[in-house]
Design a protein around this ligand. Structure first.
Ligand code: MN
Length: 344
C-alpha cells in the first residue's frame, strides 16, 4: 500500500509501469456494481488505453440491478462483461475498483492477490496491504473522485465525455449529490468534470423508467417498515435486486425524525442489508461490522454501510434467522434495544 501523501503523479507513473507491455488486464468492480464502481472501472480502462495503449476488460460479479445503473451502462455504452464470460486466471494484471480483496463483495477468489486496488471504503483490509498498487483513500466520498484526479493528472486532452459523465454520476450517487461523506476533493473533482459532462444523458440515467414491479417494492418497503423511536427498519420481501436495498434505505432515511434506517432482504439465498444514518460521526461502518461478526461481511463509511450474510443452506428459515439476528444486533449497535417497534 502507498504511504500517505504520495502525489497522484507518482502513483500514475507506478500504475503505467505496472501495466506497460501487459496484454491481459482485468478490471473488476464490486459485486452488483453501483455507479461509483462502474465509473471508476471505465475511467481506469480509459486512462490505460490512452496513456499505455493497453486494452483491458471490465467485469463484474452479481448483476447490474437498479434501473439507474442499467440506464448508465446502456446510455454511456459501458463495455462490461459478467464474470461468467471471463476466465480470471487468464489475466496477468487484475485491478479491483471500489472494493478490496477479502472484503466479501468481490468475486475475486481468495487465493488471487490483485495487482491494483483503488478504493475508499473502510476498513482497509489486511490483504490490501500486500497489493503492489493500493490507493485507498477512506476520506474520499467516492472512488470516482480518485479516478478523476488520475484523469486530470494524466493530461489526456479532450477527455471522453461519456467517461466524464460516468464519473460525475459515480460521485453524485455515492455522496447523495455531494451532501454525504464528502470533502473538498470531491468538490474539486466535480468542478473539473462539469464542463465535460453530457447533462441530458445524465438526467436520463438519473430518472429512468421503472417497471411496475419496482413500484410494488416501494409499497412493500413502506408497509413492512417498523419504527423504533428514531430508527426505521424494513424487510424488503421479495427483493428484485440486491442494490434495491440501498435505494430503499435512502428512501426511509428521509422520514422526519429518523436518524437511522436499515433495509434487509434475501436475494439468491443470501441476506443483504443496507444502513443509512443522518449523523456524520455515527460510524455506520463500525455498526455493520459488529452486525456481521462471525456470520458475514460488511463495510462502508460514516453515513452509509452495507453487508451480506451467506446462508449456506439456502433454506428460508436460515435466512429469516439471520435477518432477526441482524436486526437485534443493529438495534443494540444504535442503542435502541428494548424500544418497542411500531408500524410506520
Ligand atoms: Mn464507492
Amino acid at each position: 500500500m502507498f504511504p500517505e501523501g504520495l502525489s497522484n503523479q507518482v502513483k500514475l507513473e507506478k500504475l503505467y509501469e505496472l501495466v506497460s507491455r501487459k496484454r491481459k488486464i482485468l478490471i473488476l468492480t464490486h459485486n452488483n456494481p453501483d455507479p461509483d464502481s462502474l465509473a471508476s472501472a471505465c475511467a481506469l480502462k480509459y486512462i490505460l488505453r490512452i496513456r499505455c495503449h493497453v486494452d483491458s476488460i471490465i467485469s463484474y460479479g452479481g448483476i447490474v440491478g437498479r434501473a439507474e445503473n442499467r440506464a448508465m451502462v446502456k446510455r454511456l455504452r459501458l463495455d462490461i462483461k459478467p464474470i461468467s464470460d471471463v476466465t480470471i486466471k487468464n489475466f496477468s494484471v487484475i485491478a479491483l475498483v471500489d472494493c478490496q480483496p477479502g472484503a466479501g463483495n468481490t468475486i475475486l477468489p481468495k487465493s488471487i492477490l490483485p495487482t491494483i486496488v483503488i478504493d475508499h471504503h473502510r476498513p482497509i483490509r489486511a490483504k490490501s496491504k500486500k497489493v503492489p498498487f493500493a490507493d485507498i483513500r477512506t476520506d474520499y466520498g467516492s472512488t470516482s473522485t480518485i479516478l478523476t484526479e488520475y484523469l486530470k493528472e494524466s493530461g489526456i486532452p479532450n477527455i471522453n465525455r461519456n467517461v466524464a459523465t460516468a464519473l460525475l454520476y459515480g460521485i453524485k450517487s455515492d455522496t447523495r449529490d455531494l451532501g454525504r461523506g464528502t470533502g473538498s476533493k470531491d468538490m474539486d473533482a466535480v468542478l473539473y468534470l462539469y464542463p465535460r459532462v453530457r447533462f441530458k444523458i445524465l438526467s436520463k440515467i438519473e430518472n429512468p423508467d421503472l417497471p411496475r414491479s419496482h413500484f410494488k417494492i416501494f409499497e412493500k418497503t413502506i408497509r413492512s417498515a417498523m419504527i423504533y423511536r428514531d430508527v426505521v427498519i424494513s424487510i424488503v420481501d421479495p427483493l428484485d435486486t440486491p442494490d434495491t436495498l440501498a435505494e430503499m434505505a435512502d428512501l426511509l432515511i428521509r422520514l422526519e425524525g429518523v436518524k437511522w434506517s436499515l433495509c434487509l432482504g434475501v436475494y439468491d439465498g443470501n441476506v443483504y442489508f443496507s444502513v443509512r444514518t443522518t449523523l456524520m460521526k455515527n460510524g455506520a461502518d463500525r455498526i455493520v461490522q459488529n452486525m456481521v461478526k462471525r456470520i458475514g461481511s460488511a463495510g462502508g463509511h460514516d453515513m452509509i454501510a452495507a453487508g451480506k450474510i451467506e446462508c449456506d443452506l439456502v433454506s428460508k428459515n436460515d435466512c429469516d434467522g439471520a435477518i432477526q439476528t441482524l436486526i437485534a444486533r443493529f438495534l443494540k449497535g444504535v442503542k435502541r434495544t428494548g424500544v418497542e417497534g411500531k408500524p410506520l
